[in-house]
Design a protein around this ligand. Structure first.
Ligand code: MG
Length: 207
């Protein structure tokens, strides 16, 4: 299958992460995009960007759009999601913090090459099965993030419905659904292991 046309991401979809970032709980989903060149399909090696000194890991449930979707009601979302897995929303936190300060967009902080590693995807049998998936992220065997999709402020159904009301979602597009608390830096030489249920992703970080 061809790669995604776009990667749609959700910010602050877990209250505890919004809190650790010193941010308010949003009143509707916060969407941003990564370019298709951010995808590292199946994991592998990520080269940290030269222009950032602080890249953070954010483990997230990822779903794939199975059919073109525009203004899809929540009750119909199951017909438009065909795969799920785990991804890491790698974020140049220093660049993002500066952008927030200057009221500039996050595109550069969030969109660098390899900033969207995603595991091999598993077929979706029922969206209900995605409402209580355990997420973990280890660096060098040490657990850094642990959470459950049950703590999402908006469910996968709600996120896909909302996103499809703002952009047409196309077959193959990916949706990153937000990270639980515990985000932190990765450095050259780190090996990341991210899991969501049985989905598993390994990423090696180099400079
Ligand atoms: Mg994120």
């Amino acid at each position: 299958m061809a790669g995604p046309g776009k990667i749609v991401c959700v910010g602050r979809n877990y209250a505890a992460h919004a809190e650790e970032m010193g941010a308010e709980r949003p009143d509707e989903p916060i969407l941003f995009l990564k370019p298709s060149t951010a995808l590292l399909d199946g994991g592998g090696v990520v080269t940290l960007p030269r222009w950032s000194d602080e890249v953070h890991h954010e483990v997230e449930l990822v779903v794939r759009i199975g059919d073109d979707a525009k203004d899809v009601p929540v009750a119909d979302v199951h017909r438009f999601v065909d795969g799920w897995g785990v991804g890491v929303d790698l974020t140049a936190r220093d660049i993002q913090a500066r952008a927030k300060e200057r009221r500039q967009p996050w595109a550069v902080a969030k969109g660098f090459d390899g900033s969207a590693p995603v595991s091999r995807l598993l077929p979706v049998t029922s969206l209900d099965g995605l409402s209580e998936v355990e997420l973990t992220l280890e660096v060098g065997g040490e657990i850094r993030q642990r959470g459950s999709t049950s703590a999402m402020l908006w469910t996968v159904r709600e996120l896909v419905a909302f996103a499809s009301s703002r952009f047409t979602l196309e077959r193959g597009d990916l949706l990153f659904t937000g990270t639980p608390q515990g985000v932190g830096p990765v450095v050259s030489g780190d090996r990341i292991l991210a899991t969501a249920g049985e989905a598993r992703l390994e990423v090696a970080v180099v400079r």
